[in-house]
Ligand binder design. Structure first.
Ligand code: GSH
Length: 208
């Protein structure tokens, strides 16, 4: 059965299209556009699931929500390709980054997005939030100084999970060439043919 991806434009859901392309699994994309004023998802997504968030996938009569859970579901379906590496330490890092991307890094990035929209009202809180993000980015830079991919020597789905927070950091949290390992990693992600194919399937994506 073909996997259906409920995909919101310009969103973290792009990672699921990229993973599907890497795995070579057949899928169909149902695209949703953001409300141009609020930038929120359209009500149609709430008809799919009460939370109305993207990504969501429908497969074999099941609806799966939450990016990392969808990633694990798809890796399992593909027999473990790009999943946890055989080396124990690499496997633990793989799991760590699968959780870390949404659990630790996205919250301050979301806070910064909201603060930027508040204009001058948001200014007092911007400095501490930027400080949190600097701490994250400095740590990630040291992580990638020691290995080519987030889990270890090989590209895994942990890199796909990390792509959105790192792309969002480049767009709004000051990530630039002063952190060369992160930028080099991002460029290697973007150079993958599956990443380019996913962009074609997904439509507008402002972070590539
Ligand atoms: N932690 C969730 C977050 C889901 C989420 O917030 N998705 C955003 C896309 S960037 C969304 O649907 N936003 C639209 C809205 O909140 O109306 C996941 O990774 O799936």
């Amino acid at each position: 059965m073909t996997i259906i991806v409920h995909h919101l434009e310009n969103s973290r859901s792009q990672r699921i299209l990229w993973l599907l392309e890497e795995l070579g699994l057949p899928y169909e994309v149902v695209r949703y556009e953001r409300d141009p004023k609020t930038m929120l998802a359209p009500p149609a997504l709430k008809a799919v699931h009460p939370l109305g968030k993207s990504p969501m996938i429908a497969d074999d009569g099941r609806l799966v929500i939450e990016t990392a859970a969808i990633v694990e579901y798809l890796i399992e379906k593909a027999g473990g390709t790009f999943g946890p590496p055989g080396n124990r330490d690499a496997a633990l890092r793989y799991r760590q980054y699968l959780h870390y991307a949404e659990g630790s890094m996205m919250p301050p990035l979301l806070a910064l997005l909201v603060l930027n929209r508040l204009g001058v009202l948001g200014l007092p809180a911007k400095k501490p939030v930027q400080g949190m993000l600097d701490t994250h980015l400095d740590w990630l830079e040291t992580e990638l100084a020691g290995r080519p991919w987030f889990a270890g020597n090989d590209f895994t789905a942990a890199d796909i999970m990390m792509s959105f927070p790192v792309e969002a950091s480049r767009a709004r949290a000051g990530l630039d060439a002063s952190r060369p390992h992160l930028i080099d990693w991002l460029e290697r992600c973007h150079a993958r043919p599956a990443y380019a194919r996913a962009l074609e399937r997904g439509g507008p994506y402002a972070y590539a």
